[in-house]
Design a protein around this ligand. Structure first.
Ligand SMILES: Nc1nc2c(ncn2[C@@H]2O[C@H](COP(=O)(O)OP(=O)(O)OP(=O)(O)O)[C@@H](O)[C@H]2O)c(=O)[nH]1
Ligand SMILES: [Mg+2]
Length: 388
């Protein structure tokens, strides 16, 4: 999935293979990092996967490798060093002292993409909150970035006194954003209450799996889709006609990624509530991706973290039109038997998917009615299912 990037800050992307992971996994992680870098507007021109048995506590990579990177950056006019791992603030400082270029750890890259992509007030507040919390112990190093996001912070230069003042201002700003987010999420809660009696599904999945495209095909909508990471940050809900006088609500939301920064998960909690309240999760998977299995597991990890692990799941194996290796498909299908195989592009399998959803709806309705027998709080009431 190559992404063209013209211009942008030239960068080297760097991974470190230790005994804890296979080279293959680290290579594909580095590929993803390069894609993240391009999405954030960098121009990665060199990729390096170093090998080291144990990480160096002082600067993570060790002095020899750090000097090697310094040489590469000088010889190739590279301005930024993007790292596929998370370092402590002190390690970043030490590494920067050797390399003398901008150091961008993976988390910072993801935060940068979210900051660029946020459109609504809620998304902007959530991203700002995540960035500020992440930046507190890293103020000195994150200077240029903060100047942009938190207007004025870091304006005067990195003296100790200034840093202390900035920390106070950031803490105040964090408290203010949290209050603002509560009132924004109240509005979302009211909207959700209005939909409580409907059968609700949420599309979840790794970023770029095709979630928005699937919802577009199911509901004949035109949500924004793009061959870049994190095209969607704000949830969008559409009514999907299943036939037999039945509709369901499907919500598309922010995509996940492996090692999604915890501060982002925390900050996006109100957005992710949409997922938690679904009756059914539609876990979209790009079946043509060679890391499909790892990606499914990464998504499951996030689902667990947000408390959505108990919701029934239908696996939606998308992009079947791109699938080259039939054995990938066979492996995935045998592991996850509750699935549909589709292509949002060619519409292959979409009718089957709607049929499966209708069956699910009927089963769940029967289950809820049986459970709620005698109770006034029937979750799914037939008369609430509005035909389109
Ligand atoms: N060939 C092919 N491409 C697809 C299919 N479904 C989606 N795409 C493409 O994959 C890219 C990502 O699709 P999106 O729908 O934006 O993916 P997403 O999961 O919503 O991504 P994020 O919002 O970034 O997490 C777009 O370029 C789509 O056109 C498919 O079935 N086949
Ligand atoms: Mg999307």
């Amino acid at each position: 999935m190559p992404i063209e990037t013209k211009g942008g800050t030239s960068a080297i992307v760097v991974g470190l293979n230790t005994d804890r992971r296979s080279v293959l996994k680290d290579e594909s992680s580095l590929e993803e990092l390069e894609l993240l870098a391009r999405t954030a507007g960098f121009r990665p021109i060199i990729q390096r996967l170093y090998r080291k048995e144990r990480i160096d506590p002082a600067n993570y990579l060790g002095c020899g490798k750090a000097r090697d990177i310094r040489l590469i950056t000088r010889e190739n006019d590279i301005e930024a060093v993007i790292l596929d791992f998370e370092l402590s603030p002190v390690q970043i400082r030490n590494l920067k002292d050797i390399i003398k270029k901008r150091i961008v750890p993976r988390t910072e890259l993801i935060l940068e993409i979210f900051a660029q992509r946020a459109r609504t007030k809620e998304a902007k507040l959530q991203v700002e909150l995540a960035t500020l919390i992440y930046s507190l112990p890293r103020l000195r190093h994150m200077w240029p970035h903060l100047g942009r996001i938190a207007g004025g912070i870091g304006a005067k230069g990195p003296g100790e006194k200034q840093i202390e003042m900035d920390k106070r201002r950031i803490r105040k700003r964090i408290a203010k954003i949290k209050t603002e987010l509560v009132s924004v999420s109240k509005h979302r809660m009211t909207m959700r209450k209005n939909r409580q009696s409907k059968f609700k599904a949420a599309l979840v999945g790794y970023t770029n799996a095709g979630k928005s495209s699937v919802l577009n095909v199911l509901s004949h909508s035109s949500l924004f889709t793009e061959n870049r990471l994190f095209a969607t940050l704000d949830p969008a809900t559409r009514e999907v006609w299943l036939g037999e006088n039945t509709t369901m609500l499907v919500t598309d939301t922010v995509g996940f990624i492996k090692d999604l920064p915890p501060t982002l998960i925390d900050s996006f909690r109100s957005t992710l509530e949409e997922v938690k309240e679904a009756d059914l999760l539609l876990h979209a998977v790009d079946i043509s991706n060679h890391d499909a299995l790892e990606r499914i597991q990464a998504v499951d990890t996030v689902l667990k973290e947000i408390g959505a692990a108990e919701i029934p799941v239908l696996y939606v194996f998308n992009k079947v039109d791109l699938l080259e290796r039939r054995d990938t498909k066979a492996l995935l299908l045998s592991r996850y038997d509750d699935h549909v195989v589709i292509s949002a592009k060619t519409k292959e399998g979409i009718d089957t998917m709607k049929h499966v959803l209708l069956q699910r709806y009927k089963e769940m309705k029967a289950l809820h009615l049986a459970r709620a027998c005698g109770s006034p709080s029937v979750l799914l009431q037939q008369n609430e299912m509005s035909p389109v």
